[in-house]
Design a protein around this ligand. Structure first.
Ligand SMILES: [Ca+2]
Ligand SMILES: [Ca+2]
Length: 176
């Protein structure tokens, strides 16, 4: 007899959108903020031929143009990175708990949901959340849902996290 308690783990190839922060021009040390450390990076690499993050305008050399790019963007802060881990688990007949990793520089989180069998687009079901754990109490029983989380700060939204699935009323669990 098939158990209703199943556990599935899926390994996926990392996609670029999950790995990259939202890049800001002039953030040469890729710290998420354009500040004096980036000037120091530029100065230390000045005159070097390209393929360097400090070649901000990608012309093959770390040159004065890259300094201008840094100065123009000084003080800018990137939106947060996407949350890394996310999990979803049924906690009742019509409830599913969604948890994700916290992200540095995020001030709030939102949770998006879709029914993968019938819906293409995700809908935001909760936003302005201060924590990375949320219980969706509006799920329909025995229905499969897919969730993802977006982190937000004053400078914008992260890319969406990977997705996690759960079916309300069934004790399944996926963790990606
Ligand atoms: Ca920086
Ligand atoms: Ca350059």
């Amino acid at each position: 007899m098939r158990s209703t308690y199943t556990r599935r783990i899926r390994f996926e190839q990392l996609e670029a959108r999950h790995m990259l922060a939202v890049a800001i021009p002039g953030d040469y040390d890729q710290s998420g903020v354009v500040d004096n450390n980036d000037f120091n990076e530029w100065r230390a690499n000045f005159g070097q031929p390209g393929d360097s993050p400090v070649d901000g305008n990608a012309d093959g050399f770390v040159d004065a143009a890259d300094y201008v790019l840094w100065r123009k963007n000084f003080g800018k802060i990137a939106p947060p990175n996407a949350p890394g881990e996310i999990s979803a688990a049924a906690t009742g007949a019509t409830s599913i708990q969604v948890s994700s990793e916290s992200v540095s520089a995020a001030t709030s989180y939102s949770v998006q949901r879709r029914q993968p069998d019938t819906e293409t687009n995700f809908t935001t079901i909760a936003s302005g959340l201060a924590t990375t754990s949320y219980t969706d109490n509006t799920a329909s029983s025995d229905t499969l849902y897919e969730y993802r989380v977006v982190a937000t700060n004053a400078n914008g939204d992260s890319p969406p996290s990977k997705t996690a699935e759960a079916t309300a009323n069934r004790a399944n669990l996926t963790a990606y």
